[in-house]
Design a protein around this ligand. Structure first.
Ligand SMILES: [Zn+2]
Length: 302
């Protein structure tokens, strides 16, 4: 999907007749002089959306809540127009969020102390994800108890990382695809049924690439993890701030360590086949306020 950022007649005129490529912002009235805008009112599971609060009065504070998590707002450098105070947040529609109606809530205060609160209901649509049925030898389905304990421990650590919000926005501008020249990835949301048992959905985008290919940081941020994990092999996680994390899996070699600051394009490692894989590729994941979403979406929006 592609988002057309500025709303209004000028933006629509610019988009010309190719209406299919520009999503329309949907406006929801909030209170006097304050409106909510959503990039989609019927987003798909696993998609990344945007929400904006636009106010004719100066805003002192804003907050938003979606699926039990606080959203993180920032002030976009290109405001929506003269005289408006605009705050924008990423709205991650988790891959596993049930289809149907979900409530979004916003609240805040204007600079002159006037409180506001409002909400909107988004209708989450089913994602279109592949299902792959496989029959394989049992040792490929069930990790042994020791592997299972390790995988569970690592899963807990990852959940703790993704639940941690760095209050600063460390990125600026669009995210890039981590493999130079790659235009498309695959397998996002794919669900495997192994020997009749459904496994959890695939939360990343896979880029097949020869072993040794350089992997680049998608945006500025700070490395919070660079180590081998059971499922994703040698893994790097970058914290981009405001609850946004990218994950890079199955590396053959690390180019960074935990604590390193990176900029968009920094080489953070090499493509490999470590962890539970059948061949060399990069597994690229995006988590926004704990929601697992299609990482390619963040290269097309913002
Ligand atoms: Zn993968």
């Amino acid at each position: 999907m592609v988002f057309a950022l500025p709303s209004g007649a000028a933006a629509q005129k610019k988009a010309g007749p190719r209406k299919t490529v520009s999503a329309q912002w949907s406006r929801q009235e909030c209170s006097a002089g304050i409106d909510l805008f959503f990039s989609a009112m019927e987003p798909r599971q696993g998609s990344l959306q945007l929400v904006e609060i636009r106010s004719r009065k100066r805003l002192a504070e804003v907050s938003g809540k979606w699926n039990g998590d606080e959203l993180q707002f920032w002030t976009p450098s290109s405001g929506a127009g003269k005289g408006l105070d605009v705050r924008r947040a990423l709205l991650g529609i988790d891959l596993a969020l049930a289809a149907g109606a979900h409530d979004f809530a916003a609240a805040g205060k204007t600079a002159d102390g006037e409180a506001f609160s409002c909400g909107a209901t988004l209708t989450v649509r089913e994602g279109q994800f592949a299902v792959e049925k496989l029959t394989v030898a049992p040792q490929f389905v069930e990790p042994n108890p020791e592997q299972l304990a390790r995988a569970e421990e690592e899963g807990k650590r990852l959940r703790e990382i993704f639940a941690t919000v760095t209050p600063e926005k460390l990125w600026s501008g669009r995210f890039r695809v981590p493999i130079t020249g790659a235009t498309n990835g695959r397998n996002f949301g794919r669900r495997r049924v192994l020997n009749g048992e459904p496994s959890s959905p695939h939360t990343g985008v896979d880029f097949p690439a020869p072993a040794g290919t350089s992997i680049h940081a998608a945006q500025d941020g700070r490395v919070v993890l660079a180590e081998p994990l059971y499922f994703s092999g040698n893994t790097v996680i970058i914290d981009h701030g405001l609850g946004v994390y990218t994950l890079y899996g199955h590396l053959s070699a690390f180019g960074v360590k935990a604590g390193d600051a990176v900029v968009a394009g920094s080489v953070i490692g090499k493509v490999g086949a470590t962890g539970r894989v059948t061949g060399p590729h990069l597994h690229w994941g995006l988590t926004v306020n704990r929601a697992k979403v299609n990482a390619l979406d963040i290269t097309r929006s913002l």
